[in-house]
Design a protein around this ligand. Structure first.
Ligand SMILES: Nc1nc2c(c(=O)[nH]1)N[C@H]1C(S)=C(S)[C@@H](COP(=O)(O)O)O[C@H]1N2
Ligand SMILES: [Mo]
Length: 239
């Protein structure tokens, strides 16, 4: 059953989702441009590891590449279809880089991912080890742009957008669920699986649909205002 939920059901969308044209920039970076990509981008690994370390993104190139085509579902209710992501499978990355850094016998239950802009999301290790989860470097054949998470982002198509951390810069390995810091009103579901409509931590998904949907227009508008390609060009010198 779980397996079936992680796959696309033909042309069907998950419950309560509506298709959008293209792929909007969306998030808490309201009207703000994306964080600049550092000169030597890296992922900081901490938590249950023997010793914290920084993994330069250049070292991802030693791992096998993986490509998936998937729809992208925001918890607010929009779905972008047919996105082609390429990068490294999270499971491969976990086995090759993260697991060897753990003291023997450590059992990881959750992973918190952070972005350069301060966004963070926690997922269960089970959800992140699913086949279709990537650390993505390319979207539709091009390096990720700043709108969609340069230099790399997490992509977990079976989970709502909020788990899909853009500008990924930190991974924390946890041996138990972290304490909940979100208030009851906007508490996101700890798993956020789209086919089970796990939109909210306390209320059924269908109940919160209209409230979340009302947020799409304003958030989409404000996010687009902060998009890289909408920023005014720097004035050119006149001669
Ligand atoms: N770093 C970062 N990642 C983020 C967000 C954000 O604001 N910052 N917003 C999340 C939400 S709610 C959604 S729906 C998706 C939107 O991804 P997109 O801008 O590529 O469409 O990114 C998710 N990951
Ligand atoms: Mo979202």
């Amino acid at each position: 059953m779980r397996k079936a939920w992680s796959m696309r059901h033909g042309n069907e969308l998950p419950p309560g989702q509506r298709r959008v044209e293209g792929f909007p920039r969306f998030g808490t970076h309201l009207s703000r441009p994306a964080p600049p990509v550092p000169v030597d981008p890296a992922i900081e690994v901490r938590g249950a590891v023997t010793k914290e370390f920084e993994l330069p993104l250049t070292s991802l190139s030693s791992l096998p590449r993986k490509e998936i085509t998937a729809d992208f579902h925001c918890v607010a209710g929009w779905t972008a279809t047919g996105l082609r992501w390429e990068g490294v499978s999270f499971a491969t990355f976990y086995r090759a880089v993260l697991e060897p850094a753990l003291p023997g016998g450590t059992s990881i239950t959750h992973v918190t991912c952070r972005g350069l802009d301060g966004w963070k999301a926690t997922a269960t290790i089970e959800d992140l080890l699913a086949e279709d989860v990537l650390i993505a470097q390319n979207l539709n054949g091009r390096p990720l742009d700043s709108d969609h998470g340069a230099p790399v982002r997490l992509v977990s198509p079976s989970q709502y957008g909020y788990i899909n951390v853009k500008h990924l810069s930190g991974i924390e390995l946890l041996t138990s669920a972290p304490a909940n810091t979100e208030g009851p009103l906007l508490r996101s579901h700890p798993r956020g699986r789209v086919w089970a409509e796990e939109r909210h931590g306390l209320l059924p998904g269908r109940v919160v649909r209209p409230f979340y949907r009302a947020l799409i227009r304003p958030i989409r508008f404000l996010s687009a205002r902060g998009a890289r390609d909408r920023q005014p060009e720097r004035p050119r010198s006149s001669n």
